[in-house]
Design a protein around this ligand. Structure first.
Ligand SMILES: Cc1cc2nc3c(=O)[nH]c(=O)nc-3n(C[C@H](O)[C@H](O)[C@H](O)COP(=O)(O)O)c2cc1C
Length: 179
């Protein structure tokens, strides 16, 4: 299978996650192309698509939403998996349930159009230099923590699930033997 792993990343943590997923799918025997979404052409060349974006201000980054809007018809006919990279891991525990609401919100405009097989929210990396002065103040007031919160085990497990689904999609249908 030819699989696109496309991403939109501002500071690199989403790109790293996309590359990790691509490596797993490649090891599982797929032909995988990993690209920033603003460079992808001819989406109909692919048999399956994994799309990821960093979340900024509770939305996917503009290159990712533009990509979905432009390619909605092709994506609607392909198996598609989505992942979002935000900062649930940086939040104090009582605020983490808001991250789950955000997970629904970020794809709400196109969920019904492309009908993804799955959508995962992963934690990324948050360091002070990425935030504005006001952002740093809000971050501190809310009791958030800086750091690299990527859970590589969870990411690998998800990639493995996708790899299994791709194998199942390729397997020829074997009619059960008649009794
Ligand atoms: C300006 C800015 C706004 C952000 N807004 C959100 C947000 O609304 N929700 C969230 O979960 N994470 C938010 N984050 C955290 C990022 O999603 C997180 O740092 C992620 O790892 C960024 O991915 P990237 O390194 O690929 O750019 C924000 C980060 C920045 C710098």
């Amino acid at each position: 299978m030819i699989v696109l792993v496309g991403y939109a990343s501002e500071h690199g943590s989403t790109r790293d996650i996309a590359q990790r997923i691509a490596t797993m799918l490649d090891k599982a025997g797929n032909r995988v192309e990993t690209q920033p979404l603003d460079r992808v052409r001819d989406v109909d060349r692919y048999d399956a698509v994994v799309l990821g974006s960093a979340i900024h201000d509770q939305q996917w980054l503009p290159p990712a939403t533009r990509f979905v809007r432009r390619n909605r018809d092709v994506l609607a006919g392909l198996p598609v998996w989505l992942f979002s990279v935000g900062m649930p891991g940086a939040l104090p525990r009582p605020l983490r349930r808001f991250a789950m609401k955000e997970k629904q919100k970020v794809i709400t405009n196109f969920r019904d159009i492309i009908n993804p097989r799955d959508h995962r929210l992963f934690s990324g990396v948050v360091v002070p230099s990425q935030l504005s002065r006001m952002g740093r103040v809000i971050f501190r007031v809310l009791g958030c923590r800086y750091g690299d919160f990527r859970d590589w085990r969870a990411i690998d497990a998800w990639a493995q699930d996708i790899a299994c689904a791709l194998v199942a999609a390729e397997a020829p249908y074997v009619r059960p033997a008649e009794q």
